[in-house]
Design a protein around this ligand. Structure first.
Ligand code: NI
Ligand code: MN
Length: 221
């Protein structure tokens, strides 16, 4: 699995050629060095909630590549109205998105305008990724840790709008992923955080391995 961090909460996952993008805040993202035109192919577009720093270029990307998306009905109905192929589901259920990709909608403690915010557990074969979206720590993270053998968790550490690094450590302990990538930090002053400090605590206090990326950087996990 190849993972590319596009800055903020935007990630591109390459599951053996099946491309999944989450929260594609690209063209307006001050932290994203990648141009929208440089994204060559996308099969699945997932958006945790409709705040601008997560919805980003999702509609444009989904339409360009005829990619499928999924989410809570109130949000995907709106995505459908924009011409996007959208599969409705809700928290706790697992949705089959085709091409071997399955997604479970996880609760996120946050706000939004359409429906409710979610996180995603995305799996393809035995490769399982949890993207928390914008949230505090939630009790459901322990459920995810018990249900799945997570290869990767992408967790916000910036505080102010989401959990901070201290809370993210509690999340890592519950989720027990093999790898953890911090996100949603240093995009603006309000989400200032030190990813190396977070990484040090992950190594000291958990058995997970921190992976600190620069925006635009890829890693094979
Ligand atoms: Ni938000
Ligand atoms: Mn956000």
């Amino acid at each position: 699995m190849k993972v590319t961090w596009l800055g903020h909460a935007a990630f591109l996952f390459d599951f053996s050629g099946v491309m999944v993008v989450i929260d594609p805040y690209i063209s307006e993202n001050p932290a994203c060095p990648v141009k929208l035109d440089e994204i060559e192919h996308v099969d699945v577009v997932l958006v945790t909630h409709d705040h601008f720093d997560h919805l980003g270029d999702a509609v444009k990307i989904a339409k360009k590549f005829e990619a499928v998306t999924a989410g809570v009905p109130e949000f995907v109905n709106w995505l459908s109205s924009q011409g996007v192929k959208a599969i409705p589901g809700n928290i706790g259920g697992e949705l089959d998105l085709g091409k071997g990709v399955k997604v479970r909608l996880a609760p996120a403690f946050h706000t939004c305008s359409r429906g409710v915010p979610v996180g995603f557990v995305v799996s393809r074969g035995d490769e399982v990724v949890y993207h928390a979206g914008d949230t505090s720590h939630t009790a459901y993270m322990r459920t995810i840790g018990e249900m799945y053998d997570l290869k990767l968790a992408c967790l916000p550490i910036g505080g102010t709008y989401t959990m901070d690094a201290e809370e993210a450590i509690l999340a890592v302990k519950d989720l027990r992923p093999k790898y953890v990538i911090p996100m949603h930090y240093n995009t603006w002053e309000a989400v200032r955080a030190d990813p190396e400090e977070f990484a040090r605590k992950v190594r000291e206090e958990t058995s997970s391995q921190p992976v600190v990326l620069s925006p635009g950087e890829s890693v094979e996990l």
